[in-house]
Design a protein around this ligand. Structure first.
Ligand code: BG6
Length: 492
C-alpha cells in the first residue's frame, strides 16, 4: 500500500507494476536490481505485485534464471540476502504475452486486480512499440484514469517524432499520468544540486555569470555500445546522452529558485532554462572511437564492432559550447561533453569561479586565483571546493597553493552504498510524485535545441573526428575550449 500523496489523504491504495520488456537489458541490469534494493530497504509495501511480461511461456524458466543472475551480478555481495531475494520473487508474477497479438492482452487484464488498485505500466521497450501497446491496453479496457505509464528516454529521435509520441500518449493518458523518466534525475548527487544551490547562501549569491567564468559538464564512459548497435547507430551520443541526461544536469545547474519544491514549480523553472538555450552555430565537435585499450583491454573501433555499418558517421563522442541567454547566465558558457570508450567512467560538473579583479599576490601566481567547485556524480559521489591557501612554512612568504575542501558523502553521512538513480525514480513513481519526471514541454524544448545543434553541424564544414579508445577524447575538443582561454579540468 502507498499513501495517496496526490490527494494528501491518509487513504492507502494497493499497487500493481507491469514491466514490459522484462528480459531486456534495462530490466535485468537496472530495474529489477533496483526493486531488490527497495525490497531490502523495506520501501516496498506487502501489497505491491510486480508483473513481468515475457514473450511466451517457454521463456518463464529463462526469466527466473536471468533474474537471479542479474541480481547476483548487480547487487554487491555485502548487500545480498537470500531472504530478500525470496521476498522479491514472491511478489513477481510472470505473464507471457506477445505484445503484437491483440488477443493476448485479455490474459494481462485477468492478471491485474480490477478494483481499488493503481497500476503502473513501465515501457522498457523500443519506442516503436509504444503506440501499439497503448492501443491494445486501451482496446482491452486495461487502462483507466488511475493508471500510470512510464516512458524511457529517448522519446522520439527529433522534435517531430517526440511530439508524435507525446500526442499518442495524450490520446489515452492525462499529462499527470505520464512519467517520462531520466534516471540521472534519481541520482543522489544530482538531487543534491538543489540543496547545494539553494540551501547554501555562499553559493546562492555567487551562482551567476558575474561570478562564474565557465561550467563543464562531463559524462565519460569506458563502455562501448555493448551490443546495442541497432539502437545506438540510429541515435549516437547526442540523442543517447545529451538530449536528456546532460541537458537535465544543465537545467538543475541553471534554474532559478523554484517558489516551492514541487513538480509544478521545479519543472516550470527547467522549461525556462531550456527556452533560453541559445541556438549553436559552431563549437560542436563530433567524433568516433577507433580501436585502442580501455582499462588495459584491447577493444575494436566503432566501425569494427559486431554488426557494424562500416560507413557509419554516427558520433560516439560529442562536445559543445552551450549558452543560456537570460539575466543570470549570459556570458557564462556551459561546455558539455560525453563519449563512449574513454579512459575512465566519470560524470562530473566543474564550476570555475572568476578570480577577483585585483590580485595582490605575486603576479606569477595569478593562475591560482579563482575557486573551482567539483561536483562528482560517478564513480564516487562527492563535492570538493578548491581553496587557495598560503604554503605552510615560515620561510615560504606568501606563496600560494590550492587544496580541496572535500565532502565525501560515504563518510559524512555514514552510508555504505549510494542508491542508483532507478531506485529513487521507482519509489517516486510508486508514490505518484511527478517532481523528478519530465514534462512534455521539457522533452519537446530539449529536442528543438538538439535538432538545431544537429543541423548546425550538418551545415558546417566540420568533419567527424576520431579518437583512440581509452583516451580522453579527440584533440579537437581541447582546441575548442582553449580557443576561449578556458581549459578542461584535467588539462589545467
Ligand atoms: C543510458 C544510455 O541512458 O545511460 C547509455 O542509453 C549510457 O548508453 C547510460 O551508458 C549511462 O548511465 P549511467 O547511469 O551509467 O551514467
Amino acid at each position: 500500500m502507498i499513501s495517496n500523496s496526490q490527494n494528501n489523504s491518509s487513504e492507502t491504495i494497493s499497487q500493481d507494476f507491469v514491466l514490459f520488456g522484462s528480459l531486456g537489458d534495462l530490466s535485468l541490469r537496472k530495474l529489477l536490481p533496483s526493486f531488490y534494493h527497495l525490497e531490502s530497504a523495506g520501501f516496498l509495501d506487502k501489497s505491491l505485485s510486480i508483473h513481468c511480461v515475457i514473450r511466451d511461456d517457454n521463456e518463464t524458466n529463462k526469466f527466473y534464471e536471468k533474474l537471479k543472475e542479474s541480481i547476483q551480478n548487480n547487487v554487491n555481495e555485502d548487500d545480498y540476502s537470500g531472504d530478500t531475494f525470496d521476498t522479491l520473487i514472491s511478489r513477481i508474477n510472470c505473464i507471457s504475452l506477445d505484445l503484437t497479438d491483440p488477443s493476448g492482452y485479455k490474459k494481462l487484464k485477468q492478471s491485474i486486480p480490477k478494483n481499488g488498485s493503481v497500476t503502473s505500466y513501465y515501457f522498457a521497450l523500443p519506442p516503436s512499440m509504444i503506440e501499439l501497446v497503448c492501443d491494445n491496453l486501451n482496446d482491452n479496457g486495461i487502462i483507466n484514469k488511475e493508471s500510470k505509464i512510464v516512458i524511457e528516454k529517448p522519446i522520439g529521435v527529433d522534435y517531430k517524432s517526440a511530439k508524435d509520441v507525446n500526442d499518442k500518449l495524450a490520446k489515452y493518458f492525462d499529462e499527470e499520468q505520464i512519467y517520462r523518466i531520466d534516471h540521472y534525475l534519481g541520482k543522489e548527487t544530482v538531487q543534491n544540486l538543489i540543496a547545494l544551490r539553494f540551501a547554501n547562501s555562499i553559493f546562492a549569491s555567487q551562482w551567476n555569470s558575474k561570478c562564474i567564468e565557465y561550467i563543464e559538464i562531463t559524462a565519460a564512459e569506458t563502455i562501448g555500445i555493448e551490443g546495442r548497435w541497432g539502437y545506438y547507430d540510429d541515435v549516437g551520443q547526442m540523442i543517447d546522452m545529451v538530449q536528456s541526461h546532460l541537458l537535465q544536469l544543465l537545467c538543475l545547474l541553471a534554474i532559478e529558485p523554484p517558489n516551492e519544491l514541487n513538480a509544478l514549480n521545479i519543472r516550470y523553472e527547467k522549461e525556462q532554462v531550456l527556452k533560453a538555450l541559445t541556438p549553436i552555430k559552431d563549437n560542436i565537435i563530433r567524433a568516433q572511437y577507433v580501436d585502442g585499450k580501455v582499462l588495459g583491454e584491447s577493444v575494436p573501433g566503432y566501425l569494427e564492432e559486431d554488426g557494424a555499418n562500416t560507413q557509419s558517421e554516427t558520433e560516439t563522442y560529442i562536445c559543445m559550447r552551450a549558452e543560456i541567454s537570460n539575466w543570470r547566465w549570459s556570458g557564462t558558457p556551459f561546455y558539455l561533453r560525453t563519449g563512449k570508450r574513454l579512459s575512465e567512467k566519470l560524470t562530473q560538473i566543474i564550476i570555475h569561479f572568476k578570480p577577483d579583479q585585483h590580485f595582490i599576490f605575486d603576479q606569477d601566481q595569478q593562475q591560482l586565483a579563482g575557486n573551482v567547485l567539483i561536483i562528482k556524480l560517478q564513480p564516487t559521489e562527492g563535492i570538493s571546493l578548491e581553496v587557495v591557501t598560503k604554503n605552510h612554512g615560515i620561510d615560504k612568504g606568501m606563496r600560494l597553493r590550492k587544496d580541496p575542501l572535500y565532502l565525501d558523502f560515504y563518510k559524512s553521512q555514514k552510508v555504505s552504498r549510494m542508491p542508483g538513480g532507478y531506485e529513487k525514480m521507482l519509489l517516486e513513481l510508486l508514490n505518484s510524485e511527478q517532481r523528478m519526471f519530465l514534462t512534455r514541454k521539457e522533452v519537446e524544448l530539449s529536442w528543438k535545441w538538439c535538432d538545431q545543434v544537429t543541423k548546425a553541424f550538418e551545415n558546417s564544414s566540420q568533419k567527424l573526428c576520431q579518437y583512440r579508445s581509452g583516451s580522453n577524447g579527440p584533440e579537437e575538443a581541447k582546441q575548442m575550449i582553449e580557443k576561449y582561454g578556458h581549459k578542461w579540468y584535467e588539462d589545467r
